[in-house]
Design a protein around this ligand. Structure first.
Ligand SMILES: O=C(O)CCC(=O)C(=O)O
Length: 294
């Protein structure tokens, strides 16, 4: 058992605000294990479709510890953390910054190795961010106005990078059925190039902005997850969710990885500090380390 001093950062998800790097120590006793290695079949599915389902990706003790940490930050109702400006209307988000926590090292390193296997390039995988996210029930009043559907979007347009190749692991911290607002993916959309991000399509799904997209890239449908199951999607794979029509928050832990040779494109970002960076230069090895070699 390890004691995890959890970090609190400003709440926003890919928006324009920078992380507050002041550390708030929260004593949580937790045991975090590794994710299992991705299989050849999962790698092949990811390459063909732009996403893959990773059943039983982490063990039950790890998922229970992560959920306990998330509840400590956000409350059992996922609505008790401070309400901040600058977030999105579809997720209550708390940055985790597990990269600074020894107890997270085995988990993050194992995810880094999986990211490298999925990238299939001769470069490592770098940590971008990790976050607890909750989609609140659509039918209940809440302090956080974060119960909207997640419009179908690609991630890359909100990532301040010069190249694709990155991915997000989305780990279910509780069982989640389609009616609780789970993820859907447009298979093959990772081959369509950058189509725009959720900020620029202003409340519309990418399928409304590109009417042919749904026919070209069939939907996976809203997936079902058991706690500990994950999906991984490419930074160009279009994805979204429906509303959470259940009575409970839909909890997840998200960790983003990018190719080690990705460079900062100069955009304002909440994902890392930019003071030490040069536009079109590499990311910082301390803030955004190469985790496939951890
Ligand atoms: O959890 C959600 O509703 C959306 C997550 C998402 O868009 C992502 O992981 O890229």
């Amino acid at each position: 058992m390890a004691s995890i001093p959890a970090l609190c950062r400003a709440s926003c998800y890919g928006g324009a605000c920078r992380p507050d790097r002041r550390v708030v120590i929260v004593n949580v006793i937790a045991t975090l294990g590794r994710s299992r290695p991705v299989t050849e079949a999962e790698v092949a599915h990811y390459r063909d479709h732009g996403w893959a389902k990773l059943d039983r990706f982490v063990d039950q003790q790890t998922v229970a510890s992560l959920l306990a940490l998330a509840r400590q930050k956000m409350g059992d109702d996922a609505d008790s953390n401070p309400v901040r400006t600058g977030g999105v209307d579809f997720l209550n988000n708390e940055w985790v910054s597990g990269i600074g926590e020894p107890a997270f090292a085995p988990l993050i390193a194992s995810i880094g190795r999986n990211a490298k296997a999925l990238m299939r390039r001769d470069v490592g995988a770098r940590y971008l961010m990790d976050s607890f996210v909750a989609k609140l029930p659509a039918g209940k009043a809440a302090r956080h106005e974060t119960n909207a559907r997640t419009d179908i979007h690609q991630d890359l347009s909100t990532w301040p990078l010069d190249r694709t190749g990155g991915m997000s692991f989305w780990l279910a911290l509780s069982d989640a059925a389609p009616e609780s607002g789970t993820m859907e993916f447009l298979s093959g959309s990772h081959r369509m190039g950058p189509l725009g991000g959720y900020i620029t399509h202003k409340g519309r799904n990418l399928t409304e902005v590109y009417p042919d997209l749904a026919a070209q890239c069939p939907s996976s449908g809203y997936l079902s997850y058991k706690a500990g199951d994950a999906t991984v999607h490419s930074d160009l794979c279009a994805h979204g969710t429906g509303l959470n029509l259940s009575d409970d928050p839909r909890w997840a832990y998200i960790i983003g990885c990018v190719p080690a040779d990705a460079c900062w494109n100069g955009a304002t970002t909440s994902f890392f500090r930019t003071e030490k960076l040069t536009q079109y230069g590499p990311l910082d090895d301390e803030d955004s380390p190469v985790i496939s070699e951890f």
